[in-house]
Design a protein around this ligand. Structure first.
Ligand code: GDP
Ligand code: MG
Length: 410
């Protein structure tokens, strides 16, 4: 595991709403999400940024001696670095130096699962790297591997300038193809549609823990196709026999650099397509309301702020103060309170899902001939059968089925 020094730069004017400690906490969470081990945390307060190093030379010297003493592999800044700043820092510190954008892109690269998402992230990485490939510093440090160098999937990033240009052109073409294929695939999936539920929320709120808690509970049936294709999409059968597909998404991040929004959106493709969102909120986090605001900002940017949302307040086991809990509760519309870790409150969540999803279900009453076994099976697989009568040469069924199935078959 890479040993990282994380450096929080706080600009007295730009970051007025955030204390140095808040910024540090955020960088810490991001760094841990990316899979490094933090050996030292440094705070640098500035009233102006230096074009040479971003931060003052004194601080750079301090970081250099920490890096040597702790045998660190990487320095991570919470602020964007220009190509020159990054190069100067790498040369002076003699260690790989990455900024917030690269850190976030690295996290996206590890978590983008759809083909489109992977291409988007790789494109963003290459576009980011290209103007920075001047001196030898960055090239050498990139070769070392580790954080800041991972491409989507198992790949390493290209570091040759000419190859990068060619790659960018190729990726842009691939992206168009992938978008077309995705639309075709989605149509196919809708045919046998389960309703889709995307788990969204700020980074580190417990989305993946909830995803696993829900889908590993005894009642679900792992769909082989989904589970092998994509570890973040799983099928689940609700107690009323309704099929749903859960997808886990990458976390939202406060102040996402604007040029990353496209690749971020690609990692949220599942949320854009979903019927319902589960918004996981960490109520033990001191910045819970700011997080909520950030998430809603991104949902609006994706044009999905009007989708049905279930607000799930997670980590209730960490909040002992009842008064504080009821205070937070008031900020959210009909919240469900759970502990994903302790698997508490999940039944309430499932009940709410069934209620929300009922608007995607409709009643049918059909009489099927014995030649209609195809339809019979579809009703049983995707619907909730309320009544079934075997008649002389037909079967009479009353059932609730997904709306889309009704328009397609009945
Ligand atoms: P994600 O980034 O939203 O997917 O968050 P994760 O599911 O990876 O969880 C982030 C951290 O929060 C992990 O250390 C989890 O163990 C922890 N966590 C998740 N749910 C709970 C909970 O209900 N209670 C407590 N105490 N910790 C939780
Ligand atoms: Mg997660």
């Amino acid at each position: 595991m890479e040993q990282a020094i994380i450096v929080t730069v706080r600009h007295e004017k730009e970051d007025r709403d955030w204390s140095a400690e808040d910024l540090l906490a955020e960088l810490r969470e991001l760094a841990i999400s990316s899979g490094v081990k933090i050996s030292t945390e440094v705070i640098a307060k500035c009233s102006r940024f230096s074009p040479r190093y971003l931060i003052g030379e004194g601080k750079v010297g301090e970081i250099a001696s920490i890096a040597e003493e702790k045998n660190s592999n990487v320095v991570i800044f919470n602020h964007d670095l220009s190509g020159t700043q990054q190069r100067n820092l790498e040369e002076t510190l003699n260690i790989k130096t990455i900024d917030r954008t690269q850190l976030i892109l690295d996290i996206f690269a590890q978590r983008a699962h759809s083909k489109e998402g992977k291409i988007q992230v790789e494109l963003a990485q290459l576009v980011y790297l290209l103007p920075r490939l001047v001196g030898k510093g960055i090239i050498l440090s990139r070769l070392g591997g580790g954080i800041g160098t991972s491409g989507p999937g198992e790949k390493k990033l290209e570091i040759d300038r000419r190859k990068i240009r060619e790659k960018i052109t190729r990726l842009k073409r691939d992206l168009e193809d992938a978008t077309r294929q995705r639309d075709a695939r989605r149509k196919n999936r809708e045919r046998f549609s389960a309703s889709t539920i995307a788990i969204v929320g700020y980074t580190n709120t417990g989305k993946s823990t909830l995803f696993n808690a829900l889908t590993n509970a005894g009642v679900y049936v792992m769909d082989k196709l989904f589970s092998t294709l994509d570890p973040t999409v799983r099928k689940y059968i609700l107690p009323n026999n309704q099929r749903v597909v859960f997808s886990d998404t990458v976390g939202f991040i406060h102040n996402l650099p604007h040029h990353l929004i496209e690749s971020f959106k690609a990692t949220l493709e599942e949320a854009v397509q979903a019927d319902i969102l589960i918004h996981v909120i960490d109520i033990s986090h001191p910045k819970v309301l700011e997080h909520n605001k950030a998430v809603h900002g991104v949902l609006a940017e994706l044009g999905i702020e009007n989708k049905p949302v279930i607000n799930v307040l997670n980590k209730k086991d960490k909040v002992e103060d009842e008064i504080m809990l009821s205070g937070i509760k008031r900020y959210f519309d009909s919240p469900i309170i759970i502990s994903a870790l302790k698997k508490e409150g999940l039944d309430d969540l499932i009940d709410r899902l069934i209620t929300e999803l009922s608007s995607f279900m409709t009643d049918i009453k059909v009489t099927l001939s014995h030649n209609d076994m195809g339809k019979y099976n579809i009703i049983h697989e995707y619907g909730e059968v309320l009544k079934e009568e075997y008649r002389e040469d037909s079967i009479y069924i009353e059932a609730k089925v997904p709306l889309r199935l009704k328009t397609m078959f009945f």
